[in-house]
Design a protein around this ligand. Structure first.
Ligand SMILES: [Zn+2]
Length: 113
């Protein structure tokens, strides 16, 4: 994408991830630190155009996958429940924390290949 068009997307959120609000660095787009998130998915007819993009940090964009709307809210809500359990140190919280670590380790091994 041409820099002016990339800048138009970046400026929509004043250079912040539209999910988490973290500040993005415009120049780091080409390093993969932030990405263009389709507002309307391409497979649902969304255009590959700045009007249909919002900036997102790589971490948020990759966790979200294809989720939108109610599905995404459900994931966030479940995350809040899990975080509360982990913080309280309940048995369930410890199990979720162990599962989280297991998933992160699996991801790490997959990336190392
Ligand atoms: Zn983010």
């Amino acid at each position: 994408m041409k820099p002016a068009r990339l800048r138009a997307v970046f400026d929509k959120t004043h250079g912040h991830c539209h999910f988490c609000g973290d500040e993005l660095v415009f120049e780091h787009y080409h390093d993969g630190a932030w990405e263009l998130d389709h507002v309307i998915q391409r497979k649902k007819g969304g255009a590959s155009d700045p009007d249909n993009y919002l900036p997102a940090c790589k971490e948020c964009n990759h966790l979200r996958w294809h989720r939108k709307g109610e599905d995404l809210r459900e994931v966030i809500f479940l995350g809040l429940i899990a975080k509360t359990e982990i913080t309280a140190g309940t048995k369930l919280g410890r199990e979720i924390a162990a599962k989280r670590k297991q998933r992160l380790d699996q991801n790490e091994r997959r990336r190392a290949k």
